[in-house]
Write a protein that binds this ligand. Structure first.
Ligand code: CMC
Length: 378
């Protein structure tokens, strides 16, 4: 007997009780562990926010320093993982490379201590530390270069940008990038988080949990919107073409990338934060052609679609910032993964404390009573 109505995509069905984050789409409110995202973006760092999400409270000064130090000293990846990555095809998508590399970590680190807090902590540190190194390493290797070693004197975001470009980044640009990571770190129950939790519920190792979530994030319906924003700005080409482009998109029911949100019906609070930072970045380091198109696009979309609750979302501005920092478009989703690892780890840890293996049911809509037909009679 079916006790619940079938809902495609489990839309609106609670799949967990969680204390990690909260979204109110009508008010434009996002909280991590009860703290508003605006406060975290202004005052915290990505690593401190990751600690908050995973352990449920802000660290003391000493706890944060220890955590940062541990992450700093686990950034290197084993040469066998580097060598494995060298065999990946250069034309492969960086998300596929990341998924394979994240899974490979499980070959090196044991999975048999999920009830040991030390094991959990080590896994958290290793994953947060090594995922950015693997993303940067694949980027350099696919260009035919050796990956560069992480630098212990650089903070989390500066080190990632350094490993990617082999240049020390401008401090303000690194700070804006760090805020981008904070803003993408967690967003309640979504496809990749659910995927992480289903995998976690089997009590497999945390590296398999991350690999599963990365694979889910890779799909164009989930992680890819900020890549599409850049393609769309390319297509628009000039400020003068913005209004005709929007009018044409609306007339043809074509979605304008980086606008609209399933949950937020007012402006995504993350977009508001990033818009201010992007403006400061462009003012400080010089604006570019894309930014002028983007500003006009936001104005026209608000004018034409604001009444439907369609405003710029976080991906509109993160795409612009990443492009401005010289990051190749196909790395935008891996960067989303670097950030979202914090949320996945928090849900993994929470899942372990109340674990019950996910085993939903189905409504069978097939037939019954057929007989097997030998192949020569079909
Ligand atoms: N451009 C133009 N029209 C839009 C857009 C858009 N970006 N988004 C929604 N609409 C219209 C849509 O055509 C529909 O109009 P009508 O009622 O006349 O048929 C109405 O708004 C409702 O659209 P919907 O697709 O039913 O709304 P949804 O809540 O299912 O969609 C969305 C949410 C994010 C999938 C959609 O807004 C979209 O595809 N946006 C573009 C892609 C994008 O930027 N995605 C990133 C989302 S933020 C990432 C994150 O939080 O993780």
């Amino acid at each position: 007997m079916n006790v619940c109505e079938y809902k495609p995509g489990l839309e609106g069905i609670p799949a967990a009780r969680s204390r990690i984050s909260y979204v109110d789409g009508q008010q434009g409110l996002l909280e991590y562990r009860g703290i508003r995202i605006e406060e975290l973006a202004a005052q915290s760092s990505f690593l401190e926010t990751a600690y908050l999400l995973i352990w449920g409270q802000l660290p003391s000064k000493a706890e944060l320093e220890n955590f940062e130090t541990e992450v700093r000293y686990h950034r290197r990846i084993k040469y066998r993982i580097r060598d494995m990555m060298k065999c990946f095809p250069e034309s492969g998508h960086p998300m596929d490379a990341l998924q394979a590399s994240a899974a490979a970590l499980g070959l090196f680190y044991s999975r048999r201590a999920l009830d040991n807090p030390e094991y959990i902590r080590e896994a958290v540190v290793r994953i947060l530390a090594k995922i950015p190194t693997m993303v940067a390493a694949f980027q350099l290797m696919r260009q035919g270069n050796d990956p560069v070693q992480p630098r212990d004197d650089l903070d989390y975001s500066s080190n990632f940008l350094y490993m990617l470009t082999e240049r020390e980044p401008d401090p303000f640009a690194a700070q804006v990038f760090d805020v981008c990571l904070t803003l993408h770190a967690e967003h309640t129950m979504n496809a990749s988080t659910f995927s992480a939790m289903v995998t976690a519920s089997t009590l497999t190792d945390p590296y398999a949990v991350m690999a599963s979530a990365v694979g889910t994030l890779a799909g164009p319906l989930h992680g890819g919107a900020n890549e599409e924003v850049i393609g769309m700005l390319d297509e628009i080409g000039s400020v003068d073409n913005v209004r005709p482009f929007v009018e044409d998109a609306i007339a043809n029911k074509r979605k304008i990338m980086g606008f609209g949100h399933r949950v937020y019906k007012v402006k995504d609070p993350r977009a508001t934060i990033l818009q201010e930072l992007a403006e400061q970045l462009f003012q400080k380091n010089g604006s570019d052609h894309y930014y002028s198109i983007a500003v006009e696009l936001e104005k026209v979309v608000e004018e034409k679609l604001g009444y439907k609750g369609i405003y710029a979302n976080v991906d509109f501005y993160s795409g612009l910032v990443y492009r401005y920092l010289g990051i190749p478009t196909d790395l935008f989703t891996p960067i989303f993964a670097i950030a979202r690892v914090a949320g996945w780890l928090a849900h993994w840890k929470e899942q372990l404390t109340v674990n019950r293996i996910f085993r939903p049911t189905q409504e069978y809509v097939g037939e019954h009573g057929h007989s097997y037909v030998p192949i020569e009679k079909r």
